[in-house]
Write a protein that binds this ligand. Structure first.
Ligand code: 6PG
Length: 471
């Protein structure tokens, strides 16, 4: 009998996803460009081997799948996806479905979806989060594209997805690139969560002089409180680990130059295009970029002397940093959802805000206890800024002082906390009724006669007394 679904690309993620699909009872046909990889995969499939139909050509793959077909692509994002679609399309029927499960840029997904509408082979762009383990045992899945296409395969996707109290973390987000856009914002938030945790670690390491173990124990403690999350949990594990080669703390051996594949950067770029303020995510992307300038940082230290100074005992407590992380996290998600809202309106997507918080509750990298409270808040007010939701406003009132203290003490001692400072500045700006943008407007009118609005009148186009003045 024919397979219910096919998958192309048996790399780490593709192999894990295939095993997950088979494990959930579905027959699946698999194909990899290099056939040896398919053989190796089959040899490692163990008890699940009978669920798979290994194939060596695309024709064989297509022939092995029941109609109307559905084929998942798990190939490197970029040109490889287009090449694969081009090779597949002539072999497929009009209502067969291609599903790109890689980390595609949503603009590419939009284009592929448009082409698909013309060629008749519908296209789903699907964000998958949770790393290899997630792919194998339950990822968070953010789908986008034609709803009929999604509905046709959603029983498989829901079955393989992570579950939050029994609810599958697999949701259709909207047309075209909506799923990949939501995944991109997920990754931007992932960068910010990671950066704020790294900053907390920095304050403990350089400000308190704590060793990696003490930092790790702190993360373990925090993971039992409001900060409970996968990223806090693994940060504790990373900090507690020893290097098998030297016996030193693993963290002390890892070079401080952060890699990135670009999804965080895409989030920042799209937010700028949409004029949606996401300063915490921006700061996290920038911090990775600065981390990469290792030689210059070393030269800077030689020239100016080391920056971080010890924080005198009694000036800042561990609980202050915990409070700062809570407040910082709220600001970060407020911005992330604000960006999703802006995109939803601009791209006409109607993104399901509470469902986005829900799909992130399990399986993905940013899963955390707080996301459940966010889904409740967004259910009541889907387009409202989270910092104004009563639950989170109360948390901000409680933890504002800790964030302010952590940031100001850190800055006073030369400890960089760019994401936490961005969170605090965002909070301060968002609660300032009278900002300083009146000066910007004055300047714009002075040099370019751009006009301004007055506080005492409803119409615009006013000018200052400086018009035509010789400067
Ligand atoms: C996920 C992750 C994943 C991402 C990597 C690395 O949700 O499972 O976001 O998709 O590709 O974790 O991303 P960077 O290399 O950009 O840090």
């Amino acid at each position: 009998s024919k397979s219910e679904i096919g998958l192309i690309g048996l790399g780490t993620m593709g192999a894990a996803l295939s095993l997950n699909i088979a494990d959930n009872g579905f027959d699946i046909a698999v194909y990899n460009r290099t056939a040896s990889k398919t053989k190796a995969f089959m040899n490692s499939a163990g008890d699940l081997a009978n669920k798979f139909t290994p194939t060596e050509t695309l024709e064989e793959l297509v022939a092995a799948i029941a109609k109307p077909r559905a084929i998942i692509l798990m190939v490197p994002a970029g040109d490889a996806v287009d090449a694969q679609i081009d090779a597949l399309r002539p072999l497929l029927d009009k209502d067969d479905l291609i599903i790109d499960a890689g980390n595609a840029n949503f603009h590419s997904t939009n284009k592929r979806a448009e082409t698909a509408q013309k060629t008749g082979v519908p296209f789903i762009g699907m964000g998958v989060s949770g790393g290899e383990e997630g792919a194998r045992f339950g990822p968070s899945i953010m789908g986008g594209g034609p709803k009929e296409g999604w509905d046709r395969v959603s029983h498989i996707l829901k079955a393989i997805s992570a579950k939050y109290e029994g609810q599958p973390c697999a949701t259709w987000m909207g047309e075209g690139g909506a799923g990949h856009f939501v995944k991109t914002v997920h990754n931007g938030i992932e960068y910010a969560d990671m950066q704020m945790i790294a900053e907390a670690y920095g304050v403990m390491r350089d400000g308190f002089g704590w060793d990696a173990k003490a930092c790790g124990q702190t993360f373990e403690t925090w993971n039992n409180g409001p900060l409970q999350s996968y990223l806090i949990e693994i940060s504790g594990k990373v900090a507690m680990a020893e290097d098998p080669q030297t016996g030193s703390a693993m963290l002390d051996i890892i070079l401080d130059r952060a890699g990135q594949k670009g999804t965080g950067r895409w989030t920042a770029i799209e937010a700028l295009h949409l004029a949606a303020p996401i300063p915490v995510i921006d700061a996290a992307v920038t911090a990775r970029n600065i981390s990469a300038q290792l030689d210059q940082r070393k030269a800077g230290e030689a020239l100016f002397g080391p920056a971080p100074h010890a924080i005198p005992v009694g000036t800042l407590e561990r609980q202050d940093i915990e409070g700062a992380l809570i407040a910082g996290k709220i600001m970060c998600y407020a911005q992330g959802f604000d960006l999703l809202n802006a995109a939803s309106t601009t791209f006409d997507w109607d993104l399901p805000m509470p469902a986005i918080a829900e799909v992130w509750r399990e399986g993905c990298i940013i899963r955390s206890a707080m996301l459940n409270d966010m889904s409740s808040a967004l259910t009541k007010d889907p387009t409202g800024n989270l910092m104004f939701a009563p639950f989170f406003a109360a948390l901000m009132r409680t933890h504002e002082a800790a964030l302010r203290k952590t940031v100001s003490v850190s800055l006073a001692h030369g400890l960089p906390v760019p994401a936490l400072s961005a969170a605090l500045t965002y909070f301060d700006m968002m609660r300032t009724g009278r900002s300083t943008a009146n000066m910007i407007q004055g300047q714009r009118d002075f040099f370019g006669a751009h006009g301004f609005e007055r506080t005492d009148s409803d119409d615009g186009g006013h000018h200052g007394p400086w018009a035509m003045s010789a400067s």
